[in-house]
Design a protein around this ligand. Structure first.
Ligand SMILES: [Zn+2]
Length: 304
């Protein structure tokens, strides 16, 4: 494979679509962001196509196109599933984008894009097996092996957010009902939404996750205890991931990844739950932060 002149990455989010052009070395050329036409599939395709055309017109070159989405394409049918941007579900997104843009467009889960971005030239560069953990509004994950996505035959490789919270206490059973139809999924506990719900249930006070984290950092006891529970649940959930995958690096993205105790306290908590009592891997914050998804989408067309 030859190096493409330009790589275009698209991050199709629930509220924004971001488009980024990288040159052949991975340096950023241009970036645009538009509102997602929520609930409008044809409008979503048109918005992505317009962004690609704009980047190409302004750079004067043609790019490969990769798109990160909050879901995955069924290998069986090519149709999107598991997208919380529900108007994408059941639609042949890659095929429609490819037709509209007149070239093959690669589509992957956004957590997988984070893992690829960080494994390519980010905080996990050079690591063989990388598990990308997204702690945002929801909680997701993705696996990169040698900087390439491991999605698996069902496209759910790394989807730890819908595994149940391990070793639940009596208080944690049966757990909140998840939108996937099951109870007690990790996403209900170790996401921004989960932290805010937990705080509300225990204290009777409604606060945003950002406020809870700020209060915890200021030492307010109720908030500190909420974040203690968050870290312990995160340790339990990731211990299951480690027991199955044993990645070299855990790289964290999403709004909650800015919480410093993840890197300071989690390494000491993981061995309590990992089989054999050792958890010698690197825990790092995503180097590219919010941009990791869109960079990883561009890297769906790898170098060499
Ligand atoms: Zn679920």
């Amino acid at each position: 494979m030859t190096y493409p002149e330009m790589r275009i990455g698209i991050d199709l989010g629930g509220t924004k679509i971001e488009a980024l052009a990288l040159d052949r070395t991975g340096a950023e050329l241009l970036r645009y962001r538009v509102d997602t036409p929520r609930g409008d599939y044809a409008g979503t395709i048109a918005a992505i196509a317009a962004l690609v055309h704009r980047l190409e017109a302004e750079t004067g070159s043609t790019g490969t196109v990769g798109a990160g989405i909050p879901g995955s394409a069924s290998r069986r049918t090519g149709l999107i599933k598991n997208a919380n941007s529900t108007w994408l579900n059941g639609m042949p997104l890659a095929e429609d984008l490819s037709k509209t843009l007149g070239r093959e467009v690669r589509v992957a889960n956004d957590a997988n894009c984070l893992a690829v971005s960080e494994a390519t030239d980010g905080a996990a560069a050079g690591a063989r097996v990388v598990f990308g953990v997204i702690l945002g509004t929801g909680c997701g994950g993705g696996v990169a092996v040698n900087a390439e996505i491991h999605a698996g035959p069902n496209g759910v490789g790394g989807e730890w957010g819908h595994n149940p919270l391990p070793w639940p206490t009596a208080d944690e059973c049966p757990g909140p009902l998840c939108y996937c139809g099951k109870r007690g999924c990790m996403e209900m506990w170790t996401s921004g939404t989960g932290v805010a719900r937990d705080f509300l249930e225990v204290t009777g006070r409604a606060m945003t996750t950002r406020q809870i984290v700020a209060e915890a950092e200021a030492g307010v006891p109720e908030a500190v205890l909420t974040m203690d529970r968050f870290l312990d649940r995160l340790a339990r959930g990731l211990a299951n991931v480690i027991d199955i995958l044993d990645p070299d690096v855990l790289v964290f993205g999403g709004g909650l990844s800015l919480y410093g105790r993840i890197y300071k306290d989690l390494p000491a908590r993981l061995p309590e739950y990992v089989f054999g009592g050792e958890a010698d891997m690197t825990l790092v914050q995503a180097k590219y932060g919010d941009s990791s998804g869109v960079r990883g989408a561009a890297w769906l067309w790898p170098a060499g």
